[in-house]
Write a protein that binds this ligand. Structure first.
Ligand SMILES: [Zn+2]
Length: 409
């Protein structure tokens, strides 16, 4: 790899109406003999056991979802991303994608050394997935990363807490993956389309304009309204829920996926919607993560991206529209994917339908609104949510999911 240009050695040619970020769809997966020989070599290397987020990052890099990244970031890119929201090559990039390790681990690794990357398995063992060719190791200022990326240094913020918890040294280098994480085989394998696959699927469907919807929540009527409003002006909707690590109190991915399938079946045109899963972990970095989510979806071949209110936010750390405003800080052509900004939507009794603060002239007393806490409490009591708020098919799946979760303890 050429360090100056960050160009990958290997890439897949891409189809679709929008170029990947940086122009090349990265492919760091090894196949066949190369995979077998690298796997064999990896067994004799030092091994780093990855965190759930790094397992997700490794998969995303390998399949090209984070193009043009070909590995974990070096210091120059890291600093440029944290301070200026761009990679050294000038491309917009808002989230550091790094491999933190403890100082003791870093001390035992030489620059230029290949190190195996593994995930822990349920039985206490480990699963080797790939290798990193370590090109740099460097220290970093966690408070600066917190302040710049998360806009807070408080450790109550789940993303900041993770940064404070992680190792003090960052390893950089290109990665090669011979085996995707176990989750790729066990968690929704039929929905885990790679960017190369979604681009082919969109082309086969004849979709030229595709809007992506990122979510870590069930789809209430307000989300359905936003998705369908966007779908009115494009050819296809890519419903792309995130299934990597989230906060413990977010609704588990399997319950969410079941609820998506329940409404897609009855309320969405099958030939205009693709459901896939996004194997990323949540960072809760709000505005910066909105840009990161948009760029990843561009790599999947989407031309438009829905940015709702408080996108990727948590516990009031970001202003309602901060994730909209941040796009103004970039050159539209460099971002390329078109963000579609949506306001808060809700059912208004006077309007007699789902509307938003932008389109309804009526008083709040006419709006059917439930807070996240109210929703959770009703579902825990086994109560259906109002049909104007959530379709009964979705309520049923969520109530059943809550009940199962409680049984599992
Ligand atoms: Zn109204």
């Amino acid at each position: 790899m050429d360090e100056q240009t960050n160009q990958p050695d290997v890439s897949t040619s891409y189809v679709g109406s929008i170029a990947p970020h940086g122009g090349t769809l990265v492919n760091r997966r090894l196949r066949g003999d190369m995979a077998a020989s690298t796997r064999e070599m990896a067994q004799n290397l030092k091994t780093i056991l990855l965190s759930p987020m790094n397992v997700s990052d490794l998969e995303l890099i390998a399949i090209g979802a984070l193009s043009p990244l070909t590995g974990f970031m070096g210091q120059a890119d890291y600093r440029s991303v944290v301070n200026d929201m761009h990679l050294m090559n000038g491309l917009p990039w808002t989230i550091p994608v790094t491999l933190p390790v403890d100082t003791g681990v870093a001390d035992g690794i030489e620059i230029g050394e290949s190190v195996a990357l593994a995930e822990p398995t349920a039985d206490g063992g480990m699963h080797l997935m790939g290798v990193i060719e370590v090109s740099e190791k460097y220290t970093y200022d966690k408070e600066i990363e917190a302040e710049k990326v998360y806009r807070t240094t408080e450790d109550k913020h789940p993303g900041v807490a993770r940064v404070y918890r992680q190792g003090d040294v960052l390893l950089a280098g290109d990665i090669w993956v011979f085996d995707l994480p176990n989750a790729a085989r066990t968690d929704f394998p039929e929905l885990r389309h790679t960017p190369a696959q979604t681009r082919r699927l969109f082309a086969q469907s004849g979709w030229r304009r595709i809007v992506a919807f990122q979510t870590r929540n069930p789809i209430h009527r307000a989300h359905e309204y936003i998705q369908k409003t966007a779908l009115e002006i494009v050819d296809g909707l890519f419903l792309h829920p995130l299934v990597g690590e989230t906060k413990a109190d977010d609704i588990p991915a399997d319950v969410r996926i079941e609820s998506y399938q329940a409404i897609l079946r009855d309320y969405y045109p099958a030939d205009r919607v693709l459901l896939g899963v996004f194997p990323a972990a949540m960072r809760y970095a709000g505005p910066r993560e909105a840009v990161f989510h948009a760029i990843a979806r561009k790599n999947y071949g989407c031309t438009h991206f829905i940015v709702g209110r408080d996108h990727a936010g948590v516990a009031g750390y970001y202003g309602t529209y901060d994730a909209h405003y941040i796009f103004d800080e970039f050159d539209d052509a460099a971002i390329d994917i078109t963000p579609l900004f949506f306001d808060h939507a809700f059912y208004c009794k006077k309007c007699g339908g789902i509307v938003s603060a932008k389109t309804c002239p009526h008083d709040k007393s006419n709006w059917i609104h439930l807070s996240g806490t109210q929703v959770r409490e009703m579902l825990e009591r086994g109560e259906m949510l109002p049909a104007e708020f959530t379709r009964p098919e979705v309520s049923k799946v969520l109530i059943e999911g809550m009940r199962r979760k409680k049984l599992e303890g």
